[in-house]
Design a protein around this ligand. Structure first.
Ligand code: ADP
Ligand code: MG
Length: 754
């Protein structure tokens, strides 16, 4: 159905091969459907005709109606007068080679009852000359400007007053996204608008509705045909907003439906391992903790325990601000798996973090008497072989590591629980590799690198059922709810919403980089009080030489100001050998070094309670979430903590806003929301919109959260009565999901690991 929309765009009357090529190249429009769903980003009211005397240089696009009095071709030679300058500037702004053509321009004087205006053209002069006969009447549509004190309109759109408006009943004209190249090649807004008109004439009446009738009725949505007509050629504002609502709702609805359905599929085709027992490993570790768990930690553990006993696979996202104590939660659950005869693994995004986890977790679980190993990219072959052997045999009960863990050769005897820490640090690609091992409806394993569950998983594993490990994804990047719902829509979410007691607020200040004297004095004062200090330099890509240069120079300056042996400064970055890195980290973590200069490798996870000052150099180069993460490295002990954001004097407006936000609040969720609004969801660190199953044409995750909420409820409601969309009532839904899937990208389910 709606097959016609799959036609190639070159077959639309008025397009042809040349324009088709341009449309594809510039706007990625390849089919009728692409054009149909290519929406204006704003609208211009064309019901009003202004009188020429009303025109102001500040007016936006307006239309006037008048008679052509006189048409002149003028040459602006060289740098002659101010007028020539002005015209050249205007010509240049039209991307036109005003200079090449000797600065030829056509000026037409248009008059109405109230005055006269100059219409100026730099291009297509001979064509314009032909149509602008003296005394002919036209409607000119454009933006007024001033040259030499006179009101002009440069390259207005001209239509004879008798010409029909683009769509009956529509008074507003859509403005479509465009490019210089399109405009220069005869594919300006008016032409695109005309093509859309042609398309609607051709297809609109035959389009099959893409939402089920009962949803349309219940939600009081505009029909598809009305919506598409009104989004392109709004009849009035009410219909325009209803059209926008409907189209946004539809996009978000299908996004949610696809995610939630996949979750249902999984719950049916795979059994989760039942882990009922609470045994000695869990208990011994729990009893020897040197702090009571917070209420939030207890609640979250309870939520996950019940998942792990449910007979269904757990897929949970644990969100908790930096320092909220996620590690201990993950460890206790891993011990639960051990108590039930399974292995567990914890995967960290960086080598440094994996090592830190290994040492702190080893300490934490010592009382439990459980075997724990570390596997990273730099694990020596000999060691690795022993480790892999111990994993297969089951002697190794908990494995900690980097993504070296997901290599094919890593085989567990019976993995029951997998933790992915600081998930946002994994790029979309890596996540894809991790989760792509997709179970589709037939339960067939489409390959990819995933965890391998050993063949001798305990009883109950019928041959066609897969027993899959429980999965816990942890992140300290607060993901705004809307994004969490869309990108991780099929994960259950737990939130650690309380920090352990005794944390003090962190004072955040902004300093310019020429205030280093003041900064160094402050640092000395802190060190005198026994505190330790982080100094972080941005490292945008691992290979960027400049970044290392900054770091090295910074380190040199600091070593000069903070001379040994009075002060000890250490440096840690990604280019060091793992042993050197570890040495540097240990020096600092053990309290022997006062200052640690590093790249953002310490962004996640590192835990040094005595460090109470975080200095971030070139802070304007970091995103909000990253700044927040870095700041979270301090304020863990009982001392007053500080974060100093150092920037140059020259700051972009956004950069300044980010710094201001940081100084203003410590609320991770507020910062994440602000980040998303400022940068758009597509740019959220590591949670790129490209992780979505379908492209969004009109809905905006940052702005349309209430529509998303509504769409999600509707999708849940639908799935309540038909969990796999297999019933006869779900024909439209199945068909649309199929269309969207084939049409857009293949849906990638990032919420999967097994
Ligand atoms: P994150 O959530 O950022 O991973 P961590 O798990 O690294 O946080 O915990 C941060 C610090 O808080 C660690 O030193 C940890 O021992 C400590 N911690 C965790 N839970 C508690 C608690 N309930 N009470 C006191 N300290 C805690
Ligand atoms: Mg952590």
């Amino acid at each position: 159905m709606n097959q016609i929309l799959n036609s190639e765009i070159k077959y639309l009357p008025g397009v042809g091969p040349k324009r088709a090529e341009l449309l594809e190249k510039e706007l990625n429009i390849k089919t009728f459907r692409d054009l149909m769903y290519f929406f204006p980003f704003r609208y211009i009211d064309r019901s009003k005709i202004y009188s020429i005397s009303e025109l102001l240089p500040t007016s936006s696009y307006v239309q006037i109606r008048g008679h052509i009095m006189q048409v002149k071709i003028m040459m602006s030679r060289g740098r002659a007068g101010g007028e020539a300058e002005g015209s050249r500037a205007a010509a240049a702004s039209y991307g036109n080679s005003g200079r090449k053509g000797g600065g030829r321009r056509l000026v037409a004087y248009m008059r109405d009852a109230t005055g006269t205006v100059e219409l100026v053209f730099f291009k297509g002069i001979s064509y314009i000359q032909k149509i602008l006969k003296p005394d002919s009447e036209f409607i000119a549509f454009g933006k007024p400007a001033v040259f030499n004190g006179k009101i002009t309109m440069v390259h207005p759109e001209l239509t004879p007053p008798s010409a029909e408006i683009l769509y009956e009943g529509s008074t507003q004209m859509g403005v479509y996204p465009s490019t210089e190249k399109l405009r220069n090649n005869g594919l300006g807004n008016k032409v695109v608008s005309k093509l859309v008109r042609t398309l609607l004439d051709k297809c609109a009446d035959d389009l099959a509705e893409t939402l089920p009738g009962d949803i349309i009725a219940r939600k009081d949505l505009l029909g598809l045909r009305e919506s598409l007509i009104n989004i392109h050629f709004p009849v009035n504002n009410t219909l325009l907003s209803r059209a926008q609502y409907r189209l946004k709702f539809e996009e978000l609805f299908y996004l949610q439906l696809s995610l939630l359905k996949q979750r249902n599929v999984r719950m049916r085709s795979e059994d989760g391992i039942v882990m009922k027992k609470v045994g000695p490993a869990f208990n011994k570790c729990y009893e020897s903790l040197d702090f009571p768990l917070t209420g939030a930690q207890k609640r979250v553990i309870k939520e996950m325990r019940s998942d792990m006993c449910s007979g269904r696979q757990m897929n949970r996202l644990l969100q908790g601000d930096v320092g909220s104590g996620k590690t201990v939660v993950a460890v206790l659950l891993a011990l639960l798996a051990v108590d039930n005869g399974y292995q567990a693994c914890i995967m960290a995004p960086t080598e440094v973090l994996a090592q830190q986890h290994f040492s702190s977790i080893s300490k934490l679980i010592k009382p439990a008497g459980v075997t724990v190993g570390l596997l990273t990219g730099s694990t020596k072959k000999k060691e690795r072989d022993v480790l892999l052997e111990e994993l297969v045999s089951g002697r190794m009960q908990i494995l900690i590591g980097t993504h070296a863990l997901i290599e094919d050769r890593v085989k567990f005897k019976n993995l029951g629980f997998a933790v992915i820490d600081e998930q946002h640090r994994f790029g979309v690609e890596q996540r894809g590799r991790l989760w792509n091992k997709e179970s589709n409806e037939t339960g067939d394993d489409s390959g990819g690198t995933g965890f391998t569950v050993g063949s001798d998983a305990p009883a109950g594993a019928e041959s066609y059922r897969r027993l899959v490990p429980h999965v816990l994804v942890m992140t300290a990047t607060p993901i705004p709810r809307t994004l969490a719902m869309t990108v991780f829509g099929d994960l259950d979410v737990s939130v650690l919403d309380k920090l352990p007691p005794g944390r003090k607020p962190i004072t955040t200040v902004h300093m310019y980089d020429n205030q280093s004297g003041k900064l160094f004095d402050f640092m000395k004062g802190q060190i005198k009080q026994g505190r330790q200090i982080f100094v972080v330099y941005p490292l945008i890509t691992e290979s960027e030489k400049m970044d290392y240069k900054n770091l090295e120079e910074g380190y040199d300056v600091i070593s000069e100001v903070f001379k040994a042996p009075e002060y000890v400064t250490t440096v840690v970055h990604g280019r060091q050998k793992p042993a050197d890195k570890e040495f540097g980290m240990k020096l600092f973590a053990s309290g022997k070094a006062d200052i640690m200069v590093s790249t953002s490798v310490i962004e996640v996870g590192v835990d040094v309670p005595n460090a109470s000052v975080m200095i971030i150099e070139s802070a304007e180069r970091f995103g909000l979430s990253q700044l927040h993460q870095l700041r979270g490295r301090v304020g863990r002990g009982s001392d007053k903590s500080y974060c100093v954001l150092v920037t140059g004097y020259k700051l972009s407006e956004e950069g300044r806003k980010r710094i201001e936000m940081m100084c203003e609040t410590q609320d991770g969720f507020r910062l994440a929301e602000a980040d998303m609004k400022m940068r758009g969801p597509g740019d959220m660190e590591g949670t790129a919109q490209s992780g979505l199953a379908f492209d969004l044409h009109i809905a905006n995750l940052a702005l349309d959260s209430s529509i998303l909420e509504n769409a999600r409820h509707t999708a849940m409601h639908v799935l309540d009565s038909d969990p796999l969309l297999s019933g006869p009532a779900s024909v439209i839904l199945r068909r649309e999901l199929e269309t969207l899937r084939n049409y857009g990208k293949e849906p990638v389910d990032y919420g999967r690991i097994s």
